[in-house]
Ligand binder design. Structure first.
Ligand code: PXP
Length: 250
């Protein structure tokens, strides 16, 4: 089984913008957070421009594109509006996520198998523009196989259910979910997909995911921004990095 070098950490700065928008102020600035994340060891920055602009705004994406030294992973729903924005900015990576207005966060993975024809056509111009296209999906075999068929470069496996089960004390179900994620990562890798993972990861839950040899990138946001209240953003990122490296080395 191939081990592809160091595990990358993508820091999602959406919730810096959530705090800013709560008061309609100019601060805290997500671009400042992104620069601090870069200086603290983030390998990339992730930002989700939601259809309702509840956190990241269009101008944040413009400023991130101009300010970042590390790659931007632009998260978006598969809409015509977002495709046009992505094609205008041509970020390093585009991660397609499902989006529902009423959800608090991205609650499930994308139904690639159920929307294969449309999604295949949707990602083609993004691939041609040089963006590394990632699909945010669950660990189900049919979703992973569909992602490979439509030519995605990457799948990001949704770790939200695993993290929820951990905090609910459902140890047996959590371990079964982890096993399913492990199998999904191995299947995706065997089909030539690059494997990422993320959602809900914390200091307590990151290690078993970081230890999966096929996973080459984790995208982590909400917990790091929350922990920044107590530790500061730089130290929170450094601690996450340390735990990831420890898990990887074991
Ligand atoms: N990966 C994807 C595709 C996401 O949509 C999100 C949440 O925006 C994350 C990772 C990060 O999740 P969290 O903020 O819970 O760490």
């Amino acid at each position: 089984m191939a081990m592809q070098g160091k595990l990358r950490l993508g820091v999602n700065i959406d919730h810096v913008a959530t705090v800013r928008n709560a008061r309609g102020s100019a601060y805290p600035d997500p671009v400042r957070a992104a620069k601090l994340a870069e200086a603290s060891g983030a390998d990339g920055i992730t930002a989700h421009l939601r259809e309702d602009r509840r956190h990241i705004a269009d101008v944040d994406i413009e400023r991130l594109m101009a300010a970042l030294e590390r790659p931007l992973n632009f998260e978006m729903a598969a809409t015509a509006e977002m495709q046009a924005i992505a094609l205008r900015h041509k970020p390093h990576a585009v991660c397609i996520v499902p989006e529902k207005r009423e959800e608090r966060t991205t609650e499930g993975g994308l139904d690639v198998a159920g929307d294969e024809g449309r999604l295949g056509e949707y990602i083609a111009p993004l691939r041609e523009a040089g963006c590394r296209v990632s699909l945010f999906i669950g660990h189900e075999r049919r979703q992973i196989e569909a992602a490979a068929r439509i030519g995605a470069a990457v799948v990001e496996l949704h770790t939200g259910a695993y993290c929820d089960l951990h905090y609910e004390g459902e140890t047996a179900k959590r371990d079964a979910e982890l096993e399913a994620l492990r199998e999904g990562a191995a299947l995706a890798h065997s089909l030539g997909l690059e494997v990422h993972a993320g959602h809900g990861l914390t200091f307590e839950t990151v290690k078993p995911v970081a230890a999966m040899p096929e996973v080459v990138e984790l995208n982590i946001g909400h917990f790091l921004i929350a922990e920044a209240i107590f530790l500061g953003l730089g130290p929170a990122i450094k601690e996450m990095r340390r735990l990831m490296d420890e898990a990887r080395a074991a």
